[in-house]
Design a protein around this ligand. Sequence first.
Ligand code: NAD
Length: 463
Amino acid sequence: MTIDGAAVAAPATFGVINPATGEVAEQAPDASREQLDTAMAAAQAAYPAWRRDESARRKALLAAADVLFARSEEIGRILTLEQGKPLADGTMEVVGAGVWLKYFAELDLPREVIQDDDNAVVEVVRRPMGVVAAITPWNFPLLLAVWKIAPALLAGNTMVLKPSPFTPLSSLKLGEVLRDVLPPGVLNVVTGGDELGAWMTAHNTPRKISFTGSVATGKRVAAAAAPDLKRVTLELGGNDPAILLDDADPAAVAPKLFGGAFQNNGQVCSAIKRVYVPEALYGDVVDALAEQAKAVKVGNGMEEGVQYGPINNRPQYERVSELVADALAGGARAAAGGRPIDGPGYFFEPTILADIADGARIVDEEQFGPALPIIKYTDLDEALARANGTHFGLSGSVWSADADRAAEVAAELECGTAWVNTHLALAPHQPFGGFKWSGVGVENGPWGLYGFTEMQVIHRSKH
Ligand code: NAD
């Protein structure tokens, strides 16, 4: 682990499984409660000096970006080993993290003068909060950590980061490669089980918790933050709808829909998780998506040419298997896939489910894996009502030959990002967050940066 700028071993370890083989690939440190206390104390001690030197912070973030660009393949390999994604995607994730660091290194931290007259000069400034507790999931372990690290550190906070126990190795490496770039204590990386996350949220040092993960855990985090009124940003699950309008061209949209649903093997919070298709286009869309699903190469992400790896972990593999089996038992048809792939590892066939409707578990719940239900509709208002008729509200998309018409429909979606003729188009300058149970607050852009600050008024009287 990285605590106060130094490498620290833990009294115990836990196994990290390579999802492509189902076997333990490496051991990771299982931090003790005392070690968490030490990490929090180090972050607290580093805070005053870090907060005062904005130019040093910007330089450090740029240097961190350069380290990630230079070592993207090495860290990408670690991501493939522990997460399962193909090596090219692992490497791209590290490069993406570098891009985010660069963006925030150059983002303005505004000081706004809101009054300057005979009575007073009144300024609004964005002040850091102190120590941030950051907790991340297993789908994009490195990128989602950097979505927190870059804005939190730029604002002048320090951090204790805890990755998912399924994917701790890339974050441990991140802590290691940034030891020479960041002053000791500014970024501490500790690993352990879910309990370590609970200790962090209950700890009395952090003033802010930045959490990405499931809705169920997010609610626990919010409850744990409440007694101390810690600030929280919660990036939680989604059940994104994609709605095709009646003028959409099935052959043209199918590859894009497939990409938006199956990227990272469907393990993306804002992936397409259900598709609503007008009756007249239904057969063609199902066939075109099934063709896509049958053509992709699934395998060990370390192998050349593999496009989709395994599901990351056994509980998730079992969940996807169960949701698909439930759909098939309920009368759905597998137009492609439908079963786990024999052999070691957590592989599942890319699956397109047809003849399925709202009410099926895989439509109503977040599957977070390589299986996509395609739902028929006759009335657009009804499709919109079904798309919105959920506790989730992360993102959604509308697809049409007429982008203006699609944009009007997209504006009716109750979610943080509404795309037109695309899905999963995310960028550092674009705020990302969820409505309803999909989250609280946003990440990215100036708005994400402000989430790591308190607003302070400096009022200088002239009398
Ligand atoms: P999870 O909620 O099981 O775990 C997330 C993190 O929380 C892990 O580090 C875990 O150890 C920790 N944790 C577990 N219990 C905790 C507790 N009581 N207190 C504090 N921390 C605790 O989620 P997951 O299975 O790792 O990730 C998948 C979920 O994340 C999906 O629902 C997905 O949609 C969501 N997700 C959301 C976004 C987003 O930006 N909105 C991005 C990626 C993933």
